[in-house]
Design a protein around this ligand. Sequence first.
Ligand code: GYE
Length: 328
Amino acid sequence: MSAVVLGGVLVAATLAACGGEGSRNSGGGAAAGKDDGKIVMGFSQVGAESGWRTANTKSVQDSAREAGIELKFSDAQQKQENQIKAIRTFISQKVDIIAFSPVVESGWDTVLKEAKDAGIPVILTDRAVDSPDKTLYKTFIGSDFVVEGTKAGEWVKKEFASAAGPVNMVELQGNTGAAPAIDRKEGFASVLGSDPKFKMLASQPGDFTRVKGKEVMEAFLRANKDIDLLYAHNDDMGLGAIEAIEAAGKKPGVDIKIVTVDAVKDGMQALADGKINFIVECSPLLGPQLMELAKKVVAGETVPERVLTEETTFTQEQAKAALPDRKY
Ligand code: GYE
């Protein structure tokens, strides 16, 4: 693992634990991985913060195996510095391609420039970066998070159409600075923000985790006696909040209506059980398309700048029907 030293001790340990085998190629820039015809992909994952993330990791790992792509997988534990180290390690290992899901939007230009200078193409998966220089990556595959927020807002508007108001809302955001947190907030506010009937009482990060979702919801409940609606940027935070709501003696889905994003199994179950009222789907199954794009990029083919994921929404009845076949 000598090449790993460049990336720092922490990442070396992470990669070793994940079965990374260090530098197997002997120079020659981006083409170095092709000595046995096998594409080598370095993948830096955000973490394991949610059911969505677990399903996404499995999709990437399974698809790499099926596509015959060797995957060097690194888990950043929701820390940007770990992702930067992992990417530097992949560069020093001369992988053929780097794919990553940026934990936050900003601060990637330097490391992306290093990859570009080393001749290693980068694919963004799931989350975007805000770099103005679009030549720093080949393509971005993932959902339109603003549209997801808009769908959530539109449901709320309809659900409370006949209510006199005010409709008192609270919001659990994803981790600060993450594309889905910024965009889901923006999409939701674009529908309800200018309507005086809808009042956002509090909006705070719950980091996309159940534990934090519960904790922040407890604080919301302590500070606000009359909450009509919770908008959680993912199912896991919504599920944590449900525990807090029940502990406060209220009925989730009835006393406080809940809308979330993702549609992972646990979320869909809570929706079918009447504890969540509406879920906007966000598909984590990005693996197959990612591997297809990676093969094209490594072969020098042009790929679209943006690959959008197709998604739907679920009511309680639709969740009951969809649950038996739900894969994640
Ligand atoms: O919604 C959330 C996860 O980036 C789309 O990250 C992803 C989000 C997903 O932690 O559950």
